[in-house]
Design a protein around this ligand. Structure first.
Ligand SMILES: Cc1cc2nc3c(=O)[nH]c(=O)nc-3n(C[C@H](O)[C@H](O)[C@H](O)COP(=O)(O)OP(=O)(O)OC[C@H]3O[C@@H](n4cnc5c(N)ncnc54)[C@H](O)[C@@H]3O)c2cc1C
Length: 463
């Protein structure tokens, strides 16, 4: 078989990992393959519940606009259904009290919206929609432990049952195409080495960011406000972060973040105490008025990691990577789910492109390209964090000039609605980075003085 992932040759595709990236890839592959098997190591819950294979699922997850658009393209009507399930949709900057770079954002008209709510609910909805397709089969409670084939072509996967009292012998499942969607801890490098192929170079950039998250009920008393959430954004000179967002059922998810050496604690009481490190007491005061309803969950695997399958190397045809297994981001920028969906849209376009044979290399490059903007945002900002490590932490030739310009953008996003709108469109992955340099934005950034911002947390929306 030629190095071709196209419609005529791919009879059976196997996707490793049944989370967002895997399910969305399966959705697209079902349009081309006779059968798609999604292999998931967890036994998946009936309902929208957290599960061990996705430990980040207990932490705050927002679905930004680029992800909403991609999901609606892949699964028409998806965001309407998500809203009907109760996921809150928040307008930014209108609905949130936000502190960033020493300024409070004006709560002017919303120019972007994101969904909050439990990640498990979002994944469950994707799962229902994708598995309704009879061409997609889920094999659960089964772990992929390797590949079959050789360095020129992958021919399937090696699987092992999970759980007590099951047969631990491995079995093979043949496939014309294997897609790795097993997340940021993927073992693909070992799997490739085992069949004599080369692992991709891993570009990394780690700030040592750590999350701690806890569920709270609604606060009692306190100032009269129409704010739906609170967000203190960390930056290089103030490294602590705090977010309060509604879950849609009267409860809230609160995440505190800090860097290596002073991570937020998971012990009872210490979590609330840690909020005092934030540059303003607004979140600490909120916590003092609300009852906790869960333990505190910690999370520390937050490095940016990009696997460069696009670079030359002895790699087999018939093997692709998507989602976090391809490119995982510092979660603080809220991009990973959106990129998983954008990867699937890129996969769909590459497979359907009449002008180009969808070879493994061509399709893998298209997937990487669809992660590029999110990487540039996340890695670009993280380079400036104190103590950032990894090969992507080294400044590039343009970093200084771009950094100077973006510094001026940052001084204006909180107060200037036009600059704020442009910045939000870029960070929501609905406009290219270059739109920040459009003449109307550049004029305000280069020549306009920073617009005045509220002196205190703005508790009410602007009229
Ligand atoms: C703390 C935190 C907060 C985040 N917040 C946001 C946010 O606000 N907004 C946002 O868009 N993104 C956020 N993300 C990113 C987001 O969680 C991921 O990008 C998203 O879930 C896409 O993941 P995925 O499907 O590629 O991998 P995952 O969701 O990690 O899923 C991998 C799947 O593969 C399975 N698996 C793993 N190994 C094997 C194997 N060998 N065999 C079979 N199955 C296997 C796992 O069980 C799991 O189901 C956050 C991430 C973290 C860590």
């Amino acid at each position: 078989m030629a190095d071709d992932l196209g419609r005529r040759t791919t009879r059976h595709a196997v996707v490793i990992g049944g989370s967002l990236a895997g399910l969305l890839a399966a959705r697209v592959l079902a349009e081309h393959a006779e059968k798609v098997t999604v292999v998931e190591r967890d036994r998946l819950p009936e309902g929208p519940e957290a599960r061990p294979g996705v430990p980040q699922g207990r932490h705050l997850h927002v679905l930004i606009e680029g992800g909403q658009q991609a999901l609606d393209e892949l699964l028409p009507g998806f965001t309407d259904e998500l809203g009907k399930l109760g996921a809150p949709k928040m307008g930014i900057p209108r609905d949130m009290v936000q502190w960033q770079n020493g300024r409070w954002f004006r709560r002017s008209a919303a120019t972007a919206h994101f969904f909050t709510g439990p990640r498990a609910q979002l994944e469950w909805l994707v799962r229902q929609r994708v598995l309704a397709d009879p061409r997609v089969e889920l094999v659960e409670g089964v772990e992929t432990v390797g590949l079959t084939g050789d360095s020129s072509r992958v021919r399937g996967v090696r699987l092992r049952e999970r759980g007590a009292g099951v047969d631990k012998k491995t079995r093979t499942l043949a496939a014309d195409l294997v897609v790795d969607a097993s997340g940021r801890s993927t073992k693909a490098a070992d799997w490739l080495a085992d069949i004599g192929a080369e692992a991709p170079h891993e570009e990394t950039l780690e700030t040592g960011l750590a999350y701690a998250t806890r569920v709270y009920g609604s606060p009692v008393g306190g100032p009269d406000t129409d704010a739906l959430g609170y967000y203190v954004v960390p930056n290089p000179s103030q490294v602590y972060g705090g977010v309060v967002l509604p879950l849609g059922d009267g409860r809230h998810l609160v995440t505190l973040s800090g860097l290596r050496g002073d991570e937020p604690p998971v012990e009872e009481g210490a979590f609330e105490e840690y909020a005092k490190r934030l540059p303003h007491p607004v979140i600490g005061d909120w916590l003092a008025r609300a009852e906790p309803e869960s333990p505190v969950y910690g999370f520390r695997k937050t490095a940016n990691v990009r696997r460069r399958y696009d670079r030359p190397g002895r790699r087999p045809a018939g093997f692709l990577a998507t989602g976090d297994a391809l490119c995982a981001f510092n979660p603080i920028y809220g991009q990973g789910m959106a990129v998983a969906a954008l990867n699937a849209v890129a996969l769909r376009r590459a497979l359907a492109d009449p002008g180009r044979t969808p070879t493994t290399r061509v399709v893998q490059r298209a997937l990487l390209d669809s992660s590029r903007q999110a990487w540039d945002i996340s890695a670009g900002a993280d380079k400036k964090m104190p103590g950032a490590t990894g090969d992507a932490a080294n400044p590039g030739p343009l970093d200084r000039a771009v950094g100077w310009y973006l510094g001026r953008v940052q001084q204006r996003v909180a107060g200037d609605p036009a600059v704020g709108a442009a910045f939000r469109a870029v960070s929501n992955l609905t406009a290219p980075l270059t739109s920040l340099f459009a003449p109307s934005v550049a004029r305000a950034v280069l020549f306009g003085p920073p617009v005045e911002t509220p002196a205190e947390p703005p508790l009410r929306r602007e009229a």
